[in-house]
Design a protein around this ligand. Structure first.
Ligand SMILES: Cc1cc2nc3c(=O)[nH]c(=O)nc-3n(C[C@H](O)[C@H](O)[C@H](O)COP(=O)(O)OP(=O)(O)OC[C@H]3O[C@@H](n4cnc5c(N)ncnc54)[C@H](O)[C@@H]3O)c2cc1C
Length: 494
């Protein structure tokens, strides 16, 4: 099978999806709703990928969902879940009840991200009274993108704002032109931390989409990511979908230039007319026959830069000694221009059994863990454990300085980029997969038209990272498979 034609709508009805993260599960639900016969294949024993949490010391520790934006009933993510037919609001608590969603703490000033776009505009005006032109410019674009996000075309990655070329300028360049102060630049730099792209490389569209989504409304995962993953898996099964667990996809099969099936590690062959890849695109390359893709395409994908990994420390904090904090806290350091150099994310939320749960997350480069590159989770040896526990202890000491009054705190778990790499099979344990930077955007966009007919991509790597971006990827894949007309009908029925 040679790479030539672009994907057309899928003619057959059997679809195999590789991976059961939010990308795979949402694609599965949409496609079963469109009357396809769908099987999801997941290498792990339980579905959900980064959605799942894990239990340590009696507390549920989140992995890839700390807070999401725009989950209100008429807001973009809320509408996406409504189309999927699941009510997830019980699993989240609405933030901003104390007026603050995120507190950005810099060395010499603090900025509170409030709930609501108008409140944000007011906050910027108050903090930057001499930069009204810059505030007005940013707010005009932000409101425009927020307005477009309410358009159903947004859900399927079509139409404006995606057509407006100005929105693909890097945010750093926009701020340069506006000659903003270092503090202004620092505040604008925080949202890009959430998708792992430096401000100088982050297209305006991603910056503003992310910011707008959290300003629409912000929701912190209440307790258990497992419940969220299980709800989506249950919905998919109720619609007639099948999930095969503990068996990895190992080969995409084709006959006469058409997809014919998916071979699993166990040797099982699933017949399929199309394959939806909800795994990292570099991992997908390994499943496609050597001669099926041009070498230049392989090299192009393999050379794409990953977002950085993180180290995450989970800490049980006696609730009697320290109340939960209703907002997230970012402790950030910048250079003299206001470019963020590093940051720590803190979330201190209610836990269980008399403990609150403190999550501490900060950047951790893959190369720092290179010595254990060829080891597997749980079998990396004492040196690795000592290294990660030393970093964790340092981070806890920093937390005690930054948050104050954390007594009787116990580190209950630490994960590194290697943990994430092995758990979901993403190269270098990258937190948000491929970096959606201005430099890479066209190459990443080309993945939406994978050069083998019958292979479609979803998940965080194609349209945008995060829970909302991954679901958008699934709408986009479903549009390619079933056509916009059928998909619009489905969206229109909700
Ligand atoms: C530490 C961390 C914190 C985050 N916090 C947030 C947050 O607060 N809010 C937010 O919106 N986003 C957050 N994100 C990002 C968000 O979690 C991801 O964008 C999203 O979950 C990605 O979903 P996915 O389906 O693309 O991938 P995944 O969840 O990685 O799913 C891929 C699945 O494919 C499976 N798989 C891989 N290879 C194979 C194979 N060969 N065969 C079968 N199965 C295979 C994996 O086991 C996995 O289950 C965070 C991410 C991280 C790492």
């Amino acid at each position: 099978m040679k790479a030539k034609a672009r994907n057309n709508f899928c003619e057959g009805k059997n679809i195999a999806i590789i991976g059961s993260g939010i990308g795979g599960l949402s694609a599965g639900i949409i496609l079963t709703q469109l009357n396809y016969a769908v099987t999801i294949v997941e290498k792990n024993p339980r579905p959900g990928g980064l959605l799942r949490s894990y239990r340590r010391g009696g507390l549920n520790c989140p992995v890839g969902v700390h807070y999401v934006g725009a989950l209100g009933a008429d807001e973009p993510l809320g509408r996406m879940f409504k189309i999927l037919g699941v009510n997830v609001t019980d699993f989240f608590e609405k933030m901003g009840q104390d007026g603050v969603i995120d507190r950005y703490v810099f060395d010499d000033f603090v900025f509170d991200l409030p709930a609501g776009i108008d409140a944000f505009a007011a906050g910027l005006r108050k903090s930057f009274p001499r930069e009204t032109a810059a505030v007005d410019f940013i707010m005009t674009n932000l409101r425009e993108i927020a307005r477009r996000m309410m358009d159903p075309a947004f859900l399927i990655n079509q139409g404006d704002p995606f057509q407006n070329i100005d929105f693909f300028t890097p945010m750093g360049e926009v701020l340069d032109k506006l000659s903003v102060s270092p503090h202004f630049r620092a505040v604008m730099g925080v949202p890009t931390q959430l998708i792992g792209v430096p401000l100088s490389q982050c297209p305006v569209i991603f910056h503003h989409m992310l910011l707008a989504s959290y300003l629409f409304s912000s929701w912190r995962i209440r307790d258990d990511g497992d419940k969220l993953a299980d709800l989506l898996a249950r919905r998919f099964r109720e619609l007639g979908g099948k999930i095969i667990l503990s068996d990895a996809a190992s080969r995409i099969l084709s006959q006469e230039e058409k997809i014919s099936g998916l071979q699993l590690q166990s040797g099982v062959i699933l017949p399929a007319d199309a394959v939806v890849s909800a795994i990292h695109p570099k991992a997908l390359l390994g499943l496609v026959a050597e001669n099926a893709l041009r070498d230049s395409f392989r090299q192009r994908v393999l050379s794409l830069q990953e977002t950085e990994g993180v180290i995450a420390v989970h800490v049980a904090v006696a609730a009697l000694s320290r109340d939960a904090v209703k907002h997230n806290i970012y402790r950030l350091h910048t250079d003299e221009r206001g470019t963020i150099l590093d940051g720590i994310f803190y979330q201190l939320k209610p836990g269980a059994n008399g403990d609150n749960l403190l999550s501490i997350i900060t950047r951790s480069l893959y190369r720092e863990w290179r010595a254990w590159e060829n080891t597997k989770t749980g079998r990396r040896g004492n040196d690795y454990v000592q290294k990660k526990m030393k970093i964790a202890a340092e981070l806890l000491a920093r937390a005690q300085q930054d948050l104050g009054n954390i007594k009787n705190a116990r580190i209950i778990d630490v994960f590194t980029p290697l943990t994430i790499r092995d758990y979901v099979n993403c190269p270098e344990g990258s937190c948000y997969g491929l970096m959606h930077s201005a430099d890479q955007l066209l190459k990443i966009a080309s993945l939406n038209n994978f050069p083998l007919p019958g292979i479609y991509l979803t998940g965080q790597n194609v349209v945008a990272p995060g829970i909302m971006g991954s679901i958008m990827g699934s709408f986009s894949a479903a549009r390619q498979i079933a056509g916009a007309e059928k998909l619009n009908k489905l969206i229109g029925t909700v």
